[in-house]
Design a protein around this ligand. Structure first.
Ligand code: HEC
Ligand code: HEC
Length: 367
């Protein structure tokens, strides 16, 4: 078994095999100076290979519609590789056509993100991946046991190969899916090439938009350019739908009455609960209606926008942001129409090439 022979334990067993004893005792005679680096390098290679075997297994789970209540929904339904792992809908649609309350974010580059979901209610991918599987509006499986049975029905032997002696458990399923999502790369974009010194990577409108983004328009205050994630990972006021405002106080009271785990378990089922944002995690009044600043990587291919998908186009999103984030006294009118269009052109420079593990024929499907 391939994966098993790669494990650390069996590597040690192989070293101790009779035919190799002589080699190892001679090597030992040469001292640790020789052995230690060679062994560390071998162990590092083994753990890299293990992670990629787990990610490959996670990828199979990611696209498997049998892991859902109606046999039609997989992670890919809402996180489509050809659309930077989003679904093109304002709010996602899961099993039996059930409509959710939030816009599906891109999954590219999440390895850098400290807190996950629009409200940051999970702090690791491993802790997160069972949420969509058991959410009634997403995969709709009853509970963790139902997920494990569905995984066993199709992937038991693959799990035994990749996780020898452990097989399908809550931890191994979480690890495989998390490793797959974690390694989804942020491929290079025209902006990255420009930052690395290639002046020809951006057209003049994009260069002007870049200067506005970091300068007068003030976008980089929250969509940080340092580190390349295009987010500060912090929470700021988000879009508010006027029809939800009268229900806010009652929704907040309801959240206060819920257990910590119930507030984190899955995507909020009702729009007025979803609109509470970060408040549902911290119960701090200053967090009411706040959402994690989204990364703007690939933003040109992930319409519609905002946590509730309420803004259809990139130009409208830029205009909303200009209007609501501007410092007091400044209005959207401060930027001319051609300057706003320069900002949009700059945002287009943040689109990455399609990742190599997901060829361009993985076109987005609209459900
Ligand atoms: C029915 C649509 C749907 C399905 C199916 C779905 N997701 Fe999501 N996903 C969403 C939505 C909507 C959000 C945002 C929810 C929120 O922030 O409250 C999300 C958020 C996430 C995030 C957090 C991203 C971030 O920026 O913090 C990860 C990771 C993720 N999903 C992974 C998965 C995995 C893995 C699966 C399959 C096991 C899956 N999703 C299945 C719709 C879906
Ligand atoms: C004070 C912090 C802050 C500033 C300044 C800011 N943003 Fe944002 N931006 C956010 C937050 C938070 C959201 C999510 C709001 C929501 O979901 O309701 C967001 C959302 C967006 C989106 C939608 C992304 C998506 O995937 O849905 C775009 C586009 C955007 N901002 C562009 C800009 C531009 C352009 C500027 C400068 C004019 C700017 N932002 C200034 C915090 C900020």
């Amino acid at each position: 078994m391939l994966a098993r022979s790669r494990s650390k334990a069996s590597l040690e067993r192989r070293c101790a095999a009779p035919g190799r004893r002589l080699v190892w005792s001679v090597a030992a005679g040469l001292g640790l100076v020789f052995l230690a680096p060679a062994r560390a390098a071998a162990e590092e290679r083994v753990s890299r290979e293990d992670a990629s075997a787990r990610a490959a297994l996670g990828q199979r789970l990611f696209s498997d519609t049998s892991l859902s209540a109606d046999g039609r929904v997989s992670c890919e339904t809402c996180h489509q590789p050809g659309a930077a792992f989003t679904d093109g809908l304002p709010v996602s649609r899961g099993v039996l056509g059930r409509v959710g309350t939030r816009n599906a974010p891109s999954l590219l580059g999440l390895a850098q993100m400290r807190e996950l979901f629009w409200d940051g209610r999970r702090d690791s991918l491993e802790a997160l991946v069972f949420d969509p599987l058991t959410a009634p509006e997403e995969h709709g499986l009853e509970d963790v046991q139902a997920v494990l049975s569905a995984v066993r029905a199709r992937h038991a032997s693959d799990f035994e190969r990749v996780f020898p002696g452990r097989g399908v458990t809550q931890q191994t399923v979480a690890q495989a899916l998390a490793d797959f999502v974690r390694q989804l790369p942020v491929a290079s974009s025209a902006f990255d090439r420009a930052q690395a010194g290639d002046r020809a990577a951006l057209v003049p409108a994009q260069r002007r938009g870049w200067a506005l983004f970091t300068g007068r328009a003030g976008c980089a205050r929250c969509h940080h350019l340092e580190g390349g994630a295009l987010t500060d990972g912090a929470y700021h006021a988000g879009e508010v739908r006027s029809e939800l405002i009268p229900h806010q106080a009652e929704a907040a009271r309801e959240a206060v009455g819920m257990s910590r785990e119930a507030r984190r378990a899955s995507v909020p089922a009702r729009a007025e609960m979803a609109a509470l944002g970060r408040f549902a995690v911290t119960l701090s009044p200053t967090d009411l209606g706040r959402f994690r600043t989204p990364s703007l990587r690939n933003v040109a291919v992930t319409a519609p926008y905002m946590h509730d998908g309420s803004i259809p186009t990139l130009l409208q999103a830029v205009e909303r942001e200009l209007y609501y984030r501007s410092t007091p006294g400044r209005q959207v009118g401060d930027l001319t129409p051609s300057e706003r269009s320069d900002l949009v052109e700059f945002l287009k420079a943040l689109t990455s090439a399609v990742s190599p593990s997901h060829p361009p024929d993985a076109t987005p499907r609209v459900h």
